[in-house]
Design a protein around this ligand. Structure first.
Ligand SMILES: [Zn+2]
Length: 351
């Protein structure tokens, strides 16, 4: 990116150099005691105008470069919301390209598919596409420098943005799934009906509670049990980070789980279903993917998005089932690196 401060500094250095040259010229002129005042003024004006012209044109080129760069940055960041994509013929990649083209056009820059390249995971073309890169050059006409034989300058911009696994999430729910459970379900292709809060029934265990009896997957986001229901209903207002150690919320929490779930589930006003839901449906929840590290604590290793299906148990032995929905991109609220890839991403500009 080209910042305004850098541009102004360049111009100031250039103008200073010009003034010094002019002063040297005048000093020499006067020391030789030649000519009239009128000649001096005329010559001075010519030189001064020449430098002014260069300064104006120079500034204009920098300004255009900065505008182009900002437009390309916005275009790729917007396009990255459509990623990751399987390959260059996938619908998601085509949507990402279209998004970049549309976004650039809204800023009055015309780009085409020829200006766009995919960025592959680990730069291996056999991997999925995790980023989008746009390169664009435009001509900027000079105004004053034409007098000196300079017609135009070429200004180029390169921008790339991509998705990385979310390293932090605002609005998470105080439920969990262990990385081993989720990985096993993904590998088995059985992710449509997973447990993100289990009951005491062995058939809905979605967590590894072998080392923590009496734990059913509920988490304590730092204020004990009192806000648990609210955090399920509305999401935690703070941010949870990969690497964070969280206390387990012990016990079945049956009534609070059902209350929170019911409030949240009923917020959907669009008649969504597990197969057809809006991008911002309240039934979509962000769940910490955890490893059990003791009989009272877990470590957050990643995050995953789920669509809420049901809260069973009638508030007596409650469990929550949800459908795993990979591929969602959320605003970045990470303070560190992302964790293992469980399909919840943030977008950012790439180098
Ligand atoms: Zn909905």
């Amino acid at each position: 990116m080209c910042d305004e401060t850098g541009m102004n500094l360049d111009i100031r250095i250039f103008a200073f150099w010009g003034v010094m040259k002019l002063r040297n010229f005048l000093d020499k002129f006067f020391s030789q005691q030649k000519g009239s005042v009128a000649v001096v003024v005329a010559l001075s004006l010519v030189v001064l105008l020449g430098f002014s012209a260069l300064v104006v044109d120079f500034g204009s080129v920098h300004n255009q470069k900065s505008k182009l760069q900002n437009a390309l940055d916005s275009a790729v960041l917007s396009a990255a919301q459509e990623l990751p994509a399987g390959n260059t013929s996938s619908v998601k990649w085509i949507e990402a390209q279209n998004q970049a083209i549309t976004y650039a056009a809204a800023n009055n820059y015309e780009i085409s598919a020829d200006d766009i390249e995919p960025v592959y995971k680990d730069n291996q073309m056999t991997n999925k596409i995790i980023g989008i890169k746009v390169t664009k050059s435009i001509g900027v006409d000079y105004y004053f420098a034409k007098v000196m034989g300079f017609d135009s300058a070429t200004v180029s911009g390169i921008a790339a943005a991509g998705v990385t696994p979310a390293g932090g999430v605002t609005g998470a729910v105080p439920l969990s799934i262990t990385d081993s459970s989720l990985r096993a379900a993904i590998n088995a292709g059985a992710t449509d009906n997973l447990t993100i809060k289990c009951s005491s029934n062995a058939n809905d265990i979605g967590i590894d509670n072998s080392t923590a009896s009496g734990w059913f997957g509920a988490l304590d986001f730092g204020s004990g049990a009192s806000d648990y229901t609210l955090y399920i209903a509305n999401g935690y207002s703070g941010s949870i980070q990969v690497g964070q150690i969280l206390d387990m919320e012990n016990g079945n929490m049956s009534g609070p789980t059902l209350d929170g779930f019911t409030t949240r589930y009923n917020k959907c006003a669009d008649g969504c279903t597990a197969d057809n839901f809006t991008d911002d449906c309240p039934r979509i929840v962000y769940v910490p993917v955890v490893q059990v590290i003791s009989n009272s604590q877990v470590k957050v290793v990643s995050f995953a998005a789920f669509y809420l299906l049901e809260c069973g148990g009638n508030g007596k032995n409650s469990y929550i089932k949800a459908k795993y929905i990979p591929g969602k991109v959320i605003p970045n609220s990470a303070t560190g690196a992302g964790g293992e890839d469980f399909g919840l991403y943030t977008s950012r500009l790439l180098e």
